[in-house]
Design a protein around this ligand. Structure first.
Ligand SMILES: Cc1cc2nc3c(=O)[nH]c(=O)nc-3n(C[C@H](O)[C@H](O)[C@H](O)COP(=O)(O)OP(=O)(O)OC[C@H]3O[C@@H](n4cnc5c(N)ncnc54)[C@H](O)[C@@H]3O)c2cc1C
Length: 603
């Protein structure tokens, strides 16, 4: 059985020592009352819920999967899922960050991200049901009418009702401009929705009394392509009554026509949804549905990045525990356990490399994701307009990086941690193969990681002439200027500054080439995201090293081993992982010719 221990010490380090989160949050009127005790207590409780409620049902969720009843067109989730959702609902976790007027607790996004990391580490499939509900809440809160907010938000906040996002159709995945689902206006102001959606996560289940589908569809006179897409609320059961007193009424004609049998996340129902003239209501303006849906998609992209982080951490913890116990061969230098038949594999250099790689990506990812959570609040709630703009720019720039970099790392680290188990990782007993299978989807949904890289390079960097990237670069430069003269910091600051320069040059070079030929951006994008992802990680690893060094200086020999481990991991990151950028810079600079000169009919 896989193990999991909430990484509370590291979470506290990131929140308090690295980011000074409480101080930053208290600058925002919404969080004026927040304090470190509250933050720590919530994270501890969330960790307990993850370890004690979600972890024990993760394995059976994978083995049982969801079951579809074709007669009733319903889905039964694995044993224990509904009970865990009841416990989650009763404890009020769904409303952690939601507005108080809808029954939420109005706590910072930081706590949501910390909770999600632990929930995904212990049960990604289960966590998706509430993750989509949070996305639906955010979308309706931003774009819904006053009436829609009053009706739906309290139910979503209490998790009495759950949410979905219905974009994908059989012929239309990445390219939403191809979408065909139709919306026909009715005399009473509502719409009839007709069409087929596929791959709809949490589209049908037995964990809540109603499911609120947010559906992209076309109005009769809509322009073609993405300019003609509108967004609709389509409930499974039509609500009766108004506001918070609403109850579920008649069954709407929005059904699950079947579920997918897939590689991982078996406990989450992936549904084919059939809308047969189903009653729906427009959210936001006609033909502006994609804009409205972007609120949900951006929230989901951050959530998916955090899924990658959670699985990375879970894989690391299990591999480290196994490597301490498993005895094979002798350490090359000197046996540490001469009395035994063999040494633990944790002494072998390559096993240590695999473990340290997973640890460095997990801790770097945590620092990055928690900082982004602060930016998410800053963009909405900071009293200073410039700070709000800074938060919004960082969110825009970093969303594709969080999504793609953390999920690539999550899958690759899960696979490498499975390797630590040798053949025992490949069999089911230890749970490692489930982590690998579950982690694979994160690189695909919510816009494949290729699409994230195109978004980063095209929309977020080149289209705004690198302005947002320069804002992040200014943070890096300020750190380099402050610590560049410290001898102890030079092993971190020098490569950070060097990478910053290289990213600048690479961006200009690709930008110039792309002006002449857009294929050049397409050819460079995936490598480019990997390089910028490392710039972000190098920045946070250098900052973490600086905090650890300061503690070592203050505490001398009595310094807590945690800080020594942090420094050692920082060194490993800079010496063994950051050099990956040399390869990606070279590949990105090589341009698109080698991809294009191969004729399509030679494949
Ligand atoms: C388990 C699961 C759950 C899902 N949950 C949901 C959900 O809740 N709601 C929902 O609406 N959808 C959901 N999806 C759908 C998911 O978002 C899509 O599968 C994903 O966006 C990719 O679309 P596609 O599968 O049609 O692939 P395609 O769009 O056909 O892409 C195929 C390949 O081509 C590449 N490609 C496509 N266009 C370009 C381009 N312009 N440039 C470069 N490369 C390109 C892609 O990167 C990919 O590698 C889910 C999918 C799965 C498998």
């Amino acid at each position: 059985m896989p193990i999991y221990k909430a990484p509370l010490r590291d979470q506290q380090f990131v929140m308090h020592e690295l980011l000074g989160a409480v101080e930053q949050l208290r600058a925002m009127p919404r969080y004026r009352e927040i304090d470190a005790d509250t933050v720590n207590q919530v994270v501890e409780e969330a960790g307990r819920f993850a370890s004690e409620v979600l972890l024990p049902i993760n394995r059976q969720g994978d083995e049982q999967g969801c079951a579809y009843d074709a007669k009733e067109r319903t889905v039964r989730t694995p044993d224990g899922f509904a009970a865990a959702f009841d416990a989650f609902r009763d404890a009020g976790w769904q409303g952690l960050t939601a507005d108080e007027e809808y029954g939420g607790q109005a706590l910072p996004q930081l706590l949501q991200v910390a909770m999600d990391e632990m929930r995904c580490a212990t049960n990604q499939s289960w966590t998706m049901y509430s993750g989509l509900t949070l996305g639906a809440y955010e979308c309706i809160a931003h774009h819904g009418s006053a009436e829609q907010k009053a009706l739906y938000l309290p139910k979503l906040v209490s998790a009495q009702w759950t949410g979905t996002m219905c974009l994908t159709e059989p012929h239309c995945g990445t390219d939403l401009g191809l979408l065909r689902t139709k919306a026909t206006p009715q005399a009473d102001g509502s719409y009839r929705i007709t069409g087929n959606k596929i791959f709809i996560s949490a589209g049908e289940h037995d964990m809540a009394e109603n499911i609120i589908h947010l559906v992209l569809a076309r109005l009769p006179d809509a322009p073609s392509g993405t300019r003609g897409i509108s967004l609709f609320i389509v409930p499974k059961f039509l609500p009766e009554g108004k506001g918070a007193d609403a109850r579920v009424g008649a069954r709407n004609t929005a059904y699950c026509g079947g579920i997918e049998h897939k590689m991982g996340i078996h406990g989450n129902s992936t549904c084919q949804m059939v809308f047969e003239d189903a009653g729906g209501w427009l959210i936001g303006e006609p033909n502006k549905g994609l804009n409205a849906m972007f609120v949900m998609m951006n929230s989901a992209r951050l959530g998916v990045g955090v899924q990658g982080l959670g699985l990375n951490e879970a894989a690391y913890q299990n591999a480290a525990a196994y490597a301490r116990d498993r005895l094979q061969g002798r350490a090359l230098n000197a046996s540490k356990a001469p009395e035994g038949a063999a040494d633990p594999i944790i002494l072998h250099a390559d096993v240590r490399r695999m473990l340290l790689t997973a640890r460095a990506y997990a801790e770097g990812g945590r620092a990055f994701a928690y900082w982004i959570a602060l930016m998410a609040d800053q963009q909405l709630h900071h009293p200073d307009e410039e700070q709000r703009k800074f938060g919004a720019d960082m969110m825009a720039l970093m969303t594709p990086i969080v999504k793609a970099f953390l999920t690539d790392n999550g899958f690759l680290r899960a696979s490498e941690c499975l390797q630590v188990f040798g053949g025992h990782g490949y069999i089911r007993e230890w749970g490692m193969e489930q982590l690998v299978r579950d982690a694979r989807i994160n690189m695909i949904y919510e816009g494949t990681n290729t699409i994230q890289s195109l978004d980063l390079l095209g929309r977020k960097v080149l289209m705004d002439n690198g302005a947002k990237l320069r804002k992040f670069g200014a943070l890096v430069q300020a750190f380099v200027a402050e610590h560049g003269t410290s001898a102890a910091m030079s092993e971190f600051v020098t490569p950070l500054a060097d990478l910053g320069d290289k990213v600048q040059k690479l961006t200009m070079e690709i930008g110039m080439k792309a002006l002449a030929n857009q294929d050049e951006a397409g050819a460079a994008a995936v490598d480019y995201l990997r390089v910028v992802g490392h710039l972000v990680f190098a920045f946070f690893w250098a900052r973490m090293a600086q905090v650890a060094l300061a503690r070592r200086e203050a505490d001398g020999d009595r310094v807590e081993p945690f800080y020594r481990a942090k420094l050692a991991t920082a060194r490993f990151y800079f010496q063994r992982l950051l050099p990956e950028t040399a390869y990606h810079i070279r590949a990105a600079r090589s341009g698109g010719k080698s991809l294009q000169e191969f004729a399509t009919d030679w494949f």
